[in-house]
Structure formats: structure tokens, C-alpha cells
Write a protein that binds this ligand. Structure first.
Ligand SMILES: *[C@@H]1O[C@H](CO)[C@@H](O)[C@H](O)[C@H]1NC(C)=O
Ligand SMILES: *[C@@H]1O[C@H](CO)[C@@H](O)[C@H](O)[C@H]1NC(C)=O
Ligand SMILES: *[C@@H]1O[C@H](CO)[C@@H](O)[C@H](O)[C@H]1NC(C)=O
Ligand SMILES: *[C@@H]1O[C@H](CO)[C@@H](O)[C@H](O)[C@H]1NC(C)=O
Ligand SMILES: [Cu+2]
Length: 700
């Protein structure tokens, strides 16, 4: 949402010649994100294609890998062991120049321009961080704004401004603009909760100047008191003490990172980075002990869009209907993760690179962390007391592998996790935390409120405005191969007509295969149904369809009218699940150009073609949604609200892949470290690594 940027401390500029250890010393995987030297090459090639005089005015709005066709990747992978020839590297670039948007494809292997065309449709590309920094400074020297600040009795030197995308509300013509809201940092760093209301500032991004300005009303700015969240500044009384626990792996991590390929336990996958999506998981395969081979589960999975419409129709707030990934860049806004707090002590960190506005590469340190999670859960267990003279107890503590990135989109922090389990499950989890976007108002008690204030009074003069978060994930499942089908396993109640039994009813499973896209637009939770992606061409030894289930998490559907502008643009949230046939260009649920989009290039539009999806290479689009009516505990900083969904094997294996044959090299419990080994036949060369959990002594 709103962005306030101070680029210097976070981002380190790197030069062409800097050695980048983790990435450059390995042979490229064709899905590796662009390297610093490739960004420099892209910039050089593109600048050459523009007239000399103007090359410095051109801005890079997006630079990312133009990934090779799926068939190319798959055939490369199947031959990878024998051949070292990787498919040609290409970059997809969106630039702005002379008020136009250009789409450019660059071939890095031949250092040449493959194509260059002007984009003529609606909507604009990602905003760059640099243009937002410039835009956010403009009000501070704009005389009418300075007057507005003086009129409110505030000190301009304490005002900080933030940039907001403007959405689309039926305008015939829409220039590339953004709006600005300002905050008062008089006595607090928690600026988002001290908004200066009543003022509208519109900045034209072509000219980088203020083109519209209104100051409609004055309400008190909320007080800074009680908004501090920094531990170092907080004063007694303090809450109860919590002890810390640190997990360390004396044998080193139980996973291997080879370039961008990660191998752990029975899993293997590639971790990419995209400035728009953030983490991209590709080619996730799981080793099958019985079949003695890796079997593919997920060809590609990532966050395709993050739609956050606020639900306040007033003049200063109505436009707040953000597409965080498509307008601001969920990957661009990745923040460096802090060891021991953002990720446990046994985590390994990976950096990422993006191109800034002038095309130069920028490093984000510690963009991702990868760690084995020992969360005190039980993977499976059984106690058997029915055998005379013998008690059997078998327990396997759960260890999983987590890939984490945090995207701080202005006020909100999104914790994006991909978690892999030895049982074959992939859990995709999101945590919402950070600072609420609040609105200044005159009220100090709910008994003063007579009309709708579109939210909850959280503190004096502070309304937490109602809004939603819809995270739409792209999931190109390849369950044991590309040709898959979506099967609805409806649980239906049947009368028992056999009167020799006293039972009147029972339930059974009635399966339905989705043949075309319209069969697979699904609102979940309305009737009991399991959703399974099967490979109709393969069966288990016993004859069941090989499949993976999608277990939904928090299910939310849009509450706005379908013809309301934000909902036209965000129509891809109408169903919790959509299924499309794989089509390389269909990547972004809200459209390639999300900023000021008009809803003409969304998943909802592509799906109208109602293409066949049975026994085809299919893509699932699942939306994890939250309605957020704020409460006082969300203030001054919001405790993490989590949601997740799971992809879980359903007759993919012939039995629980973790029921035998796994070795744990150490397990601890009870605060005192105890060592024992769960002996099993070690069939895989990898094992779940040992982790010592040390519990800090309680000195109080
Ligand atoms: C390009 O930028 C320079 C300085 O930054 C400016 O003087 C010039 O007018 C710009 N040219 C165009 C074509 O926008
Ligand atoms: C505004 O704040 C600045 C910096 O804190 C301070 O130097 C200045 O005196 C303040 N101005 C007024 C009018 O209070
Ligand atoms: C700003 O801070 C000063 C000093 O703490 C305080 O006296 C003043 O009331 C504050 N102004 C506003 C508008 O909150
Ligand atoms: C009814 O149930 C009995 C006992 O399970 C079985 O022997 C009989 O064949 C069933 N009849 C029908 C019509 O299914
Ligand atoms: Cu929220």
C-alpha cells in the first residue's frame, strides 16, 4: 500500500565486478533469477536501442527472467545429467519512455534485442521505488500543502509522505498518477497511525509534479501516546518474561543449496525470485522410496497477486484498492531478514537482486531464509496398549523445511512461507502483521459515533478502516507428470435402503471431473467436497487415481458488488479456486499491467474462453482471503494473523511415505537435552538432521 522509502540503509548497490558467491559459481539453472551481471547486460543492450540523447530518460519498471517454455525446461531437466547445455537466457523488460510503455525481450546469450513493442492497452507497469521517493517529497515544498500544514498547527519538518496507487473508477482517460498521504512524526516513529486527513495530493508520474490538490477539512491528528512499539523505547510496567529457545544444528543444515536448487529430506525444488511475485518455487519433486525416483508435484508456484481493497467510500479513501504485487512489487519490497528473530538460528540466508529504475542491479541481503522447522508438532504417533504384556509407543516429531520471505508493503508486513513436509505435503502460509492503515477522525468514544465510520475506533481520533486481503496463488501442479485433471470429490448423504441394517443414512463420495474451466470455478465451503488434482493416466498399485488434494485455509469471498470498480479489477477473487489450461503468458491474476487496470486482462476474463482442462497441463489459482475488521489489539502494531493452505498427497504414494525407514539423528525434549535415535533402516542417503534445542536459563 502506501510506501515510505528510505533506500540507503536497506539496499546496497553492487557493481558489475562484485563477485556474487552463491550464484555465480554454479552452472545456471534455466529458471535462475537474473544475476547482477545479466542486469547490467540487459541495461546496456536496451540503452543501445534508444537514441543516445534519450537513453538516460528511459526507466526500467520491471526486469525479470523471461523463463524458457515449459517443454524446454522439462527436456533440459531430463537430460541435465548428460548435457551441460542450458536453454538460452532471456530477460523480459518493461520500460517507460516518452510517456509510453515498452515491452522488450532481450537475449542474453547473443546480447541482442529479440523484440520491442509499445504496449497500447490499459493499465501501467509496476511503479519504481525511485519515482515514488521523488513523488513523496513533492508536497513538502509545495506552497499550498505547506499552508495546509500550518493551518493545522503542525511543523512541516515532522511531516513524512507516502505514495498510494489510485485504482480505476470508470475514467475514460487515466494518466499515470499516484496519490499521496502524509503523516506526522512529531513524537513517534509509528507514523502510519498519525495520518494528516482531509488533503488530496495527486502526482503525475510522467512529469513528477503535483497536478491536483484539495484540502477539504481538518480533524485532529491522533496523539503519539501509546503508539511506540520499539522495545528499546518502551517504559515499565513490562509484561511477563518469555524465555528464548534457540535451535542450532551441530551437524550443519540438513539441506543442501546448490545455486538455487534446494534439496532436503525427500524434497527437491528450485527457489527463484521475481520483483513482482517474490519467491517462486519451481520443479518441486519428491523422492519415492518404493519407486526409487523423484516424482514431480509442482512445476511452479508463486503469489500472483495481493489485492487489498479498503471499504471506505469517502473522497479521501475510496481509491484505496491496492494490487500490492502488481503495483508496488511484492518482491521489490522484500526486506532483509534478521537472524534469530525473523528466522531461527539454524537458518541459511539467500540474497536477491533487482534492477532499479536506471537498470543497475541492487542487492537485497537476506531476502530469503531457509530452515528446518522444529516446532514441537507430532508428525505421526501411536500408542498401542491392547497387546497383553506389551506397550508400544511410536512417535515421530515433525521436522519440515521452510522457505521464508517478508514483504513490507508500506504499513503492512506479509510473511510468506513455503513449507515442505516429509509426508509429501506442501503448506503455503501467510502471516499479516505490521501497522494498520488508519484514518484520523474527530471521535474519542464509540458513543459519539452515529453514522458509519467504515471501521473501528482503535484509539483517540483513530479509526482502523475495514478492508480485505486476497492473496491469489498460481499453482501449476504437475502431479506425476503434466497431464492432470481436477476432480471434485463430493461427499453426499444417502439413505440406507437395506432394512436389514438399523442405520438410516450414510455418506459416500461421488466424484466429478472438471471438463472445462467453468466446471472448476469453485466457491469453497458451501458443500462438503474434496478437491483433488489427479493424474488420470496413472494409478496406484491398488488402482486408485494418483493425486494431490488442495486443502483450503481461511476462505473469504468478496463482499463488494460485482459491478463496483475495484471488484471489476479484482474479479479473479470471485471464486476461491479457478483452473485454467497452462498458458505461458497467463501469469498475473490481476493482469500484466495492474496499476489502474480496468479488469480486461484478469484471470476472470481468460477463463471466459471456457477451455478444456481435463487430462491437460492445468494451473490452479487459489485465493487465500481475509476480511479484516480491525480491533483494538491490532493497535499500535498488529499481532500476526495467519492463513494457510495445503497441497497434500492423496493416493500419490502407495502408503505413508514416512511410516518407516526414516532416521532422526537426535531428538530433544522436556527442556533437558536427551539424546536418542529412532533407528530405522536408512534407505535414503539423506536424513533429517539433528538439532539441539537449548533453552535459555530463566534467571528471574
Ligand atoms: C531527459 O532528462 C534530462 C535531464 O534529466 C532532461 O533535461 C531532458 O529534458 C529529458 N529529455 C526528455 C526527452 O524527456
Ligand atoms: C519544527 O521542527 C524543527 C526540527 O525539529 C525545529 O527546529 C523547529 O524549531 C520547529 N519549528 C516550529 C515552528 O516549531
Ligand atoms: C509535538 O511534540 C511536542 C513535544 O513533545 C508536543 O508538545 C506537541 O503537542 C506535539 N504536537 C502535536 C501536534 O502532537
Ligand atoms: C442387505 O444387507 C445384508 C447384510 O449385510 C445382505 O446380506 C443383503 O444382500 C443386503 N441386501 C441388499 C438388497 O443389498
Ligand atoms: Cu488487514
Amino acid at each position: 500500500m502506501g510506501l515510505i522509502l528510505n533506500l540507503k540503509p536497506l539496499f546496497l548497490l553492487i557493481s558489475f565486478f562484485t563477485t556474487v558467491s552463491l550464484i555465480s559459481c554454479h552452472q545456471h539453472h534455466p529458471l535462475d533469477p537474473l544475476t547482477p551481471s545479466e542486469f547490467v547486460l540487459v541495461r546496456t543492450i536496451i540503452q543501445k536501442s534508444y537514441p543516445t540523447a534519450s537513453k538516460y530518460n528511459l526507466t526500467f519498471q520491471y526486469v525479470g527472467l523471461d523463463e524458457p517454455d515449459k517443454q524446454t525446461i522439462l527436456s533440459w531437466q531430463s537430460k541435465a545429467k548428460h548435457s551441460t547445455k542450458t536453454p538460452p537466457r532471456r530477460a523480459f523488460v518493461i520500460t517507460r519512455f516518452d510517456k509510453q510503455t515498452y515491452e522488450i525481450i532481450v537475449d542474453l546469450s547473443t546480447s541482442s534485442l529479440v523484440s520491442k513493442k509499445v504496449y497500447q492497452g490499459h493499465g501501467y507497469p509496476l511503479m519504481t521505488l525511485e519515482e515514488q521517493v521523488v513523488a513523496a517529497q513533492l508536497p513538502l515544498t509545495y506552497p499550498p500543502f505547506i499552508q495546509s500544514i500550518e493551518k493545522r498547527g503542525l511543523n512541516i519538518s515532522k511531516v513524512v509522505c507516502s505514495t498510494f496507487s489510485v485504482g480505476w473508477f470508470g475514467e475514460q482517460r487515466s494518466e499515470r498518477v499516484l496519490k499521496i498521504l502524509c503523516f506526522y512524526t512529531n513524537e513517534t516513529v509509528n507514523l502510519y497511525v498519525i495520518p494528516i486527513e482531509g488533503i488530496t495530493v495527486v502526482v503525475d508520474l510522467n512529469e513528477l509534479k503535483i497536478v491536483e490538490y484539495h484540502d477539504r477539512f481538518i480533524v485532529p491528528v491522533p496523539k503519539a501516546e501509546g503508539t511506540e512499539y520499539r522495545l528499546s523505547k518502551l517504559k515499565p510496567p513490562f509484561g511477563p518474561r518469555l524465555n528464548s529457545v534457540q535451535a542450532v544444528s551441530p551437524d550443519g543444515p540438513g539441506f543442501k543449496i546448490d545455486g538455487h536448487t534446494i534439496r532436503w529430506a525427500n524434497w527437491e525444488f528450485h527457489l527463484g525470485y521475481d520483483p513482482r511475485a517474490g519467491p517462486i518455487i519451481s520443479l518441486a519433486s519428491i523422492y519415492d522410496l518404493e519407486k526409487q525416483k523423484y516424482r514431480r508435484v509442482l512445476y511452479r508456484g508463486y503469489l500472483s497477486e495481493l489485492f487489498v481493497p479498503y471499504s471506505d467510500p469517502t473522497e479521501e479513501w475510496y481509491y484505496k484498492t491496492f494490487f500490492d504485487c502488481g503495483e508496488f512489487g511484492c518482491g521489490l519490497l522484500a526486506v532483509p531478514l534478521e537472524p534469530l528473530t525473523d528466522c531461527p538460528a539454524n537458518a541459511v540466508f539467500l540474497d536477491a537482486y533487482y534492477a532499479k529504475q536506471d537498470g543497475e542491479p541492487v542487492k537485497i541481503s537476506n531476502t530469503f531464509c531457509v530452515f528446518e522447522k522444529h516446532a514441537g508438532e507430532i508428525l505421526w504417533r501411536h500408542t498401542e496398549i491392547s497387546i497383553p504384556g506389551e506397550t508400544i509407543r511410536e512417535v515421530r516429531p515433525e521436522v519440515s523445511l521452510v522457505v521464508r520471505m517478508v514483504s513490507t508493503v508500506g504499513n503492512y508486513d506479509y510473511i510468506l512461507d513455503w513449507e515442505f513436509k516429509p509426508t509429501g505435503s506442501i503448506k503455503v502460509k501467510v502471516g499479516l502483521t505490521g501497522i494498520l492503515e488508519v484514518k484520523g477522525d474527530k471521535f474519542t468514544h464509540t458513543n459519539q459515533i452515529e453514522e458509519d465510520v467504515y471501521g473501528t475506533l482503535l484509539a483517540d481520533n483513530t479509526i482502523g478502516v475495514n478492508h480485505d486481503h486476497f492473496l491469489t496463488y498460481y499453482l501449476d501442479l504437475d502431479v506425476d507428470g503434466e497431464a492432470n485433471s481436477l476432480v471434485k470429490r463430493n461427499l453426499v448423504t444417502k439413505p440406507n435402503s437395506n432394512h436389514t441394517s438399523p442405520r438410516k443414512s450414510y455418506w459416500t463420495v461421488s466424484t466429478e471431473t472438471a471438463k472445462t474451466e467453468s466446471d472448476a470455478r469453485i466457491k469453497m465451503g458451501l458443500k462438503p467436497s474434496e478437491l483433488v488434482v489427479i493424474n488420470p493416466n496413472k494409478k496406484t498399485k491398488l488402482g486408485n487415481d494418483i493425486g494431490y488434494r488442495l486443502l483450503p485455509g481461511s476462505i473469504s469471498s468478496p463482499l463488494l458488488f460485482e459491478d463496483d470498480y475495484p471488484q471489476i479489477r479484482g474479479a479473479f477473487t470471485k471464486y476461491n479456486l479457478w483452473v485454467t489450461p497452462y498458458y505461458k503468458s497467463e501469469k498475473w491474476a490481476g493482469g500484466q499491467y495492474a496499476d489502474q487496470s480496468r479488469g480486461d486482462d484478469t484471470l476472470a476474463v481468460w477463463s471466459l474462453r471456457n477451455r478444456g482442462i481435463e487430462n491437460k497441463d492445468i494451473v490452479l489459482w487459489y485465493t487465500l482471503g481475509f476480511h479484516h475488521s480491525p480491533c483494538q489489539e491490532d493497535f499500535p502494531v498488529m499481532p500476526t494473523l495467519s492463513g494457510e493452505f495445503e497441497l497434500r498427497p492423496a493416493n500419490f504414494f502407495d502408503r505413508n511415505p514416512h511410516s518407516a525407514a526414516w532416521q532422526y539423528s537426535g531428538v530433544s525434549g522436556g527442556g533437558v537435552i536427551r539424546w536418542f535415535t529412532v533407528y530405522g533402516v536408512m534407505m535414503l542417503s539423506r536424513s533429517v538432521s539433528s538439532t539441539v534445542i537449548s533453552v535459555a536459563a530463566n534467571s528471574s
